[in-house]
Design a binder for this molecule. Structure first.
Ligand SMILES: [Zn+2]
Length: 325
């Protein structure tokens, strides 16, 4: 069994990442295929099956080398049945029976999990988690994703929606609208999109000299990276924006940590590439708002697996199911 591989799949809105991973979590090969969202997602499972078979052929292998397929998918997933309950971001039919269709297309056992949960499992297994069994993973990208692992197990909740850290209400009054239909979600202030929105607000309010204002005037727009670059150069307005982001993020993480007492909080995604400038500000706010025993026990790390976290975490699902058989 140890010689077997697992196919890890990370289903994204535009591309699907696939990898062959060993039972020890080592990457054999990774590649990408476009996600075909036409016909309400009808071609997805056939495309993934064909791509896996083609790669196996190139390796001189047959399907018997694969112990199974683990897959991360966006949205709430019913993990027992492998049904994606709501595919708002993909435009497929609701209650999409992903597991059943992929099993039929490949004749292999398939396990499905929410994609942010897979990223958290990947970081726990082979990344920044470094063996920690109690960990909270937050992905700061276009949106804010979250995965909570308690005692080595992903926390799913009653309908697969646990760990939706991006939708914790952070601005209870006059918050900006979120894609989920609420207002004031953490995602509206701590994602790349949220940072740009906050930056635009301060630029419009302040017409004095500022590197951020000049960046806006020169390019006609601002990116989250502009805000980080300008803040590093000491730009007052950019630092103001990052203080606000860090306040909301630190406050939310403090309350999560006081509830769960995690060993590690792992920050990933594009925004986390800002590095220490944001991390240190978030830590200051975290320390301010966290129950003292919890505060001392919590270690902050930046994610180390990048885009590979999802496929490695998806493979972990299969490995663990095998071990517990
Ligand atoms: Zn929301």
């Amino acid at each position: 069994m140890l010689k077997q591989w697992i196919a890890g799949v990370d289903l994204g809105g535009t591309t699907t990442k696939i990898a062959f991973v060993t039972m020890n979590g080592e990457m054999v090969e990774k590649w990408e295929v476009p996600t075909d969202n036409s016909q309400q997602g009808r071609n997805i499972t056939g495309n993934i099956a064909a791509s896996i078979e083609e790669k196996l052929r190139l390796h001189g292998q047959t399907k018997s080398i694969l112990a199974g397929i683990g897959m991360g998918a966006p949205g709430p997933v019913e993990s027992q049945t492998g049904v994606i309950l709501n595919t708002v971001n993909l435009g497929w039919e609701d209650n999409f029976p992903l597991k059943e269709r992929l099993e039929r297309a490949t004749s292999l056992p398939v396990m499905i999990e929410n994609d942010a949960n897979c990223a958290a499992l990947g970081e726990m297994w082979k990344g920044a988690g470094n063996g920690a069994k109690d960990l909270v993973c937050v992905t700061l990208g276009t949106g804010v994703g979250g995965g909570v692992i308690a005692n080595g197990n992903i926390v799913r909740g009653v309908c697969g929606a646990a760990g939706e850290i991006g939708h914790i209400t952070s601005v209870p009054i006059n918050g900006a609208p979120c894609n989920c239909g609420k207002t004031g979600c953490l995602e509206t202030v701590a994602s790349a999109t949220g940072i740009v929105r906050l930056a635009m607000e301060v630029v419009i309010k302040n017409d004095g000299d500022s590197e951020l204002t000049s960046a806006y005037k020169n390019n006609g727009s601002i990116t989250a990276k502009d805000v980080f670059d300008c803040a590093r150069n000491g730009d007052r307005l950019s630092i103001e924006v990052l203080h606000e982001v860090a306040f909301h993020l630190g406050f939310a993480l403090a309350n999560i940590a006081s509830t769960l007492n995690p060993e590690k909080i792992v920050l990933g995604g594009g925004v986390s590439k800002a590095g220490t400038i944001l991390l240190n500000l978030v830590k200051d706010q975290f320390d301010r708002f966290t129950f003292s025993t919890v505060k001392e026990a919590t270690d902050f790390s930046l994610a180390t697996l990048g885009n590979d976290a999802g496929v490695i975490g998806a493979a972990w699902l299969v490995k663990t199911a095998y071990e517990n058989k």
